[in-house]
Structures are given as C-alpha cells and as structure tokens.
Design a protein around this ligand. Structure first.
Ligand code: CUA
Length: 362
C-alpha cells in the first residue's frame, strides 16, 4: 500500500499524501513545481507532520494521538467484521433455514458501545482543548511583526500596518531562533466576501477568515525558505487556486525586502514600458489595482506596486514570468476560470506594452 502510494506520488511523502487526502484540500498543482527563480528552498510538501513553526509543533502531538486512536478503532471494527464474516458463514443449506439468536436490547452490548465511545471522545476533547488554548492564549511578544490578511475570492490581500506595506499572495516574515531571539508574526485575519481559511500546514493550523469578524493566529517559523499554503475553506469556483506562500527570510534579507517594498516603483524608461503605463491608465486597470505613487488607486484587485518582485501570478496559478503574464492578461480564464479579472480584449500591441510596464514594478 505504502509502496503503491509512493509510486503514484513520488514527490510526496506518504504522511503528506494522507494529510492532504484527509483534509480534503485540493492539491496545488502548480505549487508542487520548483520555484521559477533560484530562491531559497521551497518546502514544497505541505506536510503537517513536519512542522517548522511553534504553533504547528503544538498541534503535532494531539494529531498523532487522534490518528492512533482512529487507527485502533478502525482495526477493531474491521477485525470484528472479518471475524464475524468467517465465523458465522453458512456451512450448509440447513444453516440458511435457522434464524440466528436475536440479541436486541442486550444491556451489556448497549452499555459497551455507548460508554466506550463517550470515554474516547472525552479524552479527545481534553487533549485538543489543551492544544487550542495553548496556541490561542500564547503570549505574543511586544516586538512581534503584525500582518493583516484579508481573504478575497480568490486571492490574499496582505497588509503590514506598522510598516505601511501592502502586497498580495506572498507573506514575507523573518525567521525565528529556537534558542535565541524570537521573531513571532501575529496575523490578523479578515474577509472581504465569504469565509476563507488560512492554512500553511508546516507553520500553523487552520484559522478561518470570516466576514465581519476579526480572527487571530500567529506563526513562528524556525527555518528559512518558502512554505506553501492554501485556502482551506471552500469559497467558490477558484477555491483550489487560492494559494499562498510564506517566504521566511533571515532578518537582514527581510529588512531588505521591507526597504524595497517601501520605495515607490522606478519610473519606466523603455519606450514600450512608458506606452504600457499609458495603456494601464487608459484601460480599466486602475479601477481595481493600486500602484503606489501613481493615479492607479483601485483596491478591488491585488496591489501591484511591487508586482514584479512576486513569484507567482493569480494567487499562485502560474509563475510570474513575462510569458505567463502575457497569457494571463490575454485571457485570465485560461488560468483561473471565473476569476474576477476581466478579459479586456487587449490587442497584441497592448499586451506587449502592459507586460513591459508591469515588469518594471519592482
Ligand atoms: Cu478562499 Cu477557499
């Protein structure tokens, strides 16, 4: 069985396969591919059994216990079933005429299958409550980084309120030292439309983003690299393509990223890019997208101020390369059917100029 699963999904570990299967989260087809740029290690297996952050570690122990208990129940039920199938199978035509003993109303059996499950559930409640409280009531350090994450159909709006940064779909955070300087990230979760759920399996358990409500969670990653996450609550057509990546960096690299994000984008110089900016203003792009320091002030779609720095397009549906970007602008439905990015029926010349302009936003 294990070997069969391995041969089907050679790039996945078996626990990861079961974690994905059990959680009903659709696999991130593109996210499993290597990163487009030579960036740090991509922790591409969204594997909750390999936690690399404090809250995810706190969940691991109860997860093992729940799985073990479930496995024991499974073995008992299947074992009894198989035993009964063999033990009481008809041995001859005469057996078919005899009615088996009727045990309806057996006090002992009724007690056994009522009390034992109640005890098991009670133990599970105690164990999981302890972990939930431990994570929810954990003290957030004074100097923790704060991020406000807003879920949209089907992308993530990301604010760093203290730093004045707005971006989308890629969260950058500094790495924490296990036995030294702690660097927690406090995440405030909100939704602009329907219920979504934040889940980066190696960093933290799921927390929902609920309209008209503010939820909280936190992460404290102990390793640098790119951690892949998904929206984990069905939120419409493109729920499966609402991907998220958390890029955990050394503090110096994080500071560099912050410094760059705070700068307005450079003026486009090439003729094509200048034309692209004109087209960007003239077409409806600016109604939905923001480019800091320009007349583009839309807030319905992702902020594009530092678009070209990001690794993916359309919340992770494709690598952010000029070729993919051109196709995306030409027909967003090709990548993300039903997305709210309209097909603007752009001419080849407009596509070329817009791609040239958007590539300067870094
Ligand atoms: Cu957002 Cu599912």
């Amino acid at each position: 069985m294990v070997r069969a699963v391995r041969s089907l999904f050679p790039q996945w570990s078996v626990p990861a396969f079961f974690a994905m299967a059990l959680s009903f989260v659709p696999g991130a087809a593109w996210a499993a591919d290597p990163a487009p740029t030579p960036t740090p290690q991509v922790h591409k297996i969204a594997d909750m059994f390999q936690p690399l952050s404090k809250p995810a570690e706190l969940i691991l122990e109860p997860s093992h216990l729940v799985l073990l208990i479930s496995l024991a129940i499974f073995l008992v039920v299947v074992g009894v079933l198989v035993y009964v199938l063999f033990k009481f199978r008809p041995h001859g035509p005469a057996d078919l005429l005899v009615e088996p003993p009727q045990i309806y109303g057996s006090y002992n059996i009724e007690m056994a299958w009522t009390v034992i499950p109640c005890l098991i559930v009670f133990v599970l409640i105690l164990v999981t409550t302890r972990s939930i409280v431990e994570i929810q009531d954990a003290k957030i350090e004074e100097d923790a980084l704060t991020i406000r994450l807003v879920g949209h159909q089907w992308w993530w709006e990301i604010h760093y309120p203290e730093l004045g940064i707005v971006t989308a779909n890629e969260i950058h955070v500094p790495v924490s030292e296990r036995n030294g300087k702690r660097r927690q990230t406090h995440i405030i979760l909100e939704s602009a439309d329907v219920i979504h759920s934040f889940w980066v399996p190696q960093l933290a358990g799921k927390t929902d983003l609920v309209p008209n409500r503010v939820n909280h969670t936190w992460i404290e990653p102990f390793k640098t690299g790119i951690f892949l996450g998904n929206c984990a609550e069905y939120c419409g057509t493109q729920h499966a393509n609402m991907l998220l990546r958390v890029i955990v960096q050394e503090p110096e690299d994080f500071e560099k990223w912050v410094a760059n994000q705070k700068q307005p984008p450079a003026e486009p110089r090439a003729e094509l890019a200048v034309q692209g900016r004109k087209d960007f203003y003239a077409l409806a792009c600016i109604n939905c997208h923001m480019v800091n320091g320009t007349m583009a002030e839309g807030v319905f779609g992702p902020d594009l101020t530092k678009f070209a720095v990001r690794q993916t397009l359309g919340a992770g549906v494709a690598p952010n390369t000029p070729e993919h970007l051109r196709k995306w602008l030409h027909d967003p439905d090709h990548y993300k059917e039903g997305s709210y990015m309209p097909d603007m029926k752009l001419s080849p010349a407009q596509l070329d100029s817009l791609v040239a302009y958007l590539e300067t936003l870094k």
